[in-house]
Design a protein around this ligand. Structure first.
Ligand code: FES
Length: 238
């Protein structure tokens, strides 16, 4: 049986399952903590630091990332002290330096009273939340993309910046990206992602486009079903 822990968040007593995070505990009682790199489908990561909160142990307080810090019996948590808000303002400025135009970031910045950034970085667009890399590995089960470089030149890319041999063109990375910076397009039966063209398979019964051939081949491999199982009838024909 799961063990319950009682803690206080913004003065409210909250019961949470041991092993869950402060972010989850706050969410369970409708206390909103801004977050960017955390996703329920992925393992805790703690990259963006947007979800910082202040915790108190006796007389001592400190800041922790709520998406990776686990609930503790008797813990006192404050989600919006001036110290917390100042850290979030700094974090959003750093994120705006990477991506100054995305509505999600602009909304978060506005909520914090931030309207511009003092920082400048070389690589624009990606905010390095890592959700694409983690989704590719943890959810899809391949490792087509990864991080390269450090500091202001750090970015997500394919091995050796070439067509990624492990990519199945499923598009999960583009879909999960919170700032929409992974281009995916489809034209004339071809899906293009990571600067590589992948032919789309047509349903053998009705001729509709189903999915990239590589993705269906991958499904066939991991399910031990013949490829024809995925190509003979699309969802519409079934
Ligand atoms: S959401 Fe917690 S560090 Fe990004």
């Amino acid at each position: 049986m799961s063990q319950k822990v009682t803690l206080t968040i913004d003065g409210r007593q909250v019961q949470a399952e041991a092993g869950t995070t402060l972010l989850e505990a706050a969410r369970s009682v409708n206390i909103q903590v801004p977050h960017l790199c955390s996703n329920e489908e992925l393992a805790p990561y703690g990259a963006c630091r947007m979800c910082m909160v202040e915790i108190r142990h006796g007389q001592r307080t400190r800041l922790v990332a709520s998406c990776i810090y686990e609930v503790e019996e008797g813990l006192e948590v404050q989600t919006a002290t001036e110290r917390v808000l100042n850290v979030r303002r700094l974090v959003i400025e750093l994120l705006l330096a990477r991506n100054p135009t995305h509505p999600t970031l602009l909304k978060m910045a506005a909520d914090l009273g931030v309207d511009k950034t003092r920082f400048e970085v070389e690589v624009k667009g990606c905010i390095l939340c890592g959700q694409c890399v983690r989704t590719c590995r943890e959810v899809v089960g391949v490792s087509a993309i990864g991080f390269e470089g450090r500091g202001t030149t750090r970015r997500v890319t394919t091995p050796f910046n070439e067509a990624p041999p492990d990519c199945i063109a499923c598009g999960a990375c583009a879909q999960i990206c919170p700032v929409d910076v992974i281009p995916l397009k489809e034209k004339d039966g071809i899906r293009t992602i990571w600067k590589t063209d992948y032919p789309l398979q047509r349903c053998e019964s009705c001729g509709r486009l189903i999915a990239p051939v590589k993705q269906l081949e991958y499904f066939s491999r991991i399910t031990n079903q013949p490829l024809s199982h995925f190509t003979e009838h699309c969802v519409h024909c079934r």
